[in-house]
Design a binder for this molecule. Sequence first.
Ligand code: ZN
Length: 99
Amino acid sequence: MTALTELTTVEYTHRWSAETGLIHSYPRADLSNTQILYLVPRCSTDVMYPVRHARVELSCAAASTSDRFTWCAGCAVAARRARRTQLEQQVPQQRKAIA
Ligand SMILES: [Zn+2]
């Protein structure tokens, strides 16, 4: 069951973390709020002690798919899981619309 506060995939965007050397997904709302100095990547939102990355160490320039950068596997899995959940929720609604 999806919590009401769970963010959808479009509410995330990618940034390169100098700390991990990986491209992680971060909530767009957190990135736009300059009061948040340490951001929690998507791969760490469901753990008891989430990692936090300093805003100053994140770069949007590296969000391209260059060979130089590696995507975070945890963020990719979390995005796939969220997309699957969204699709599973859409299917019953589409069946209702057809019937
Ligand atoms: Zn990640």
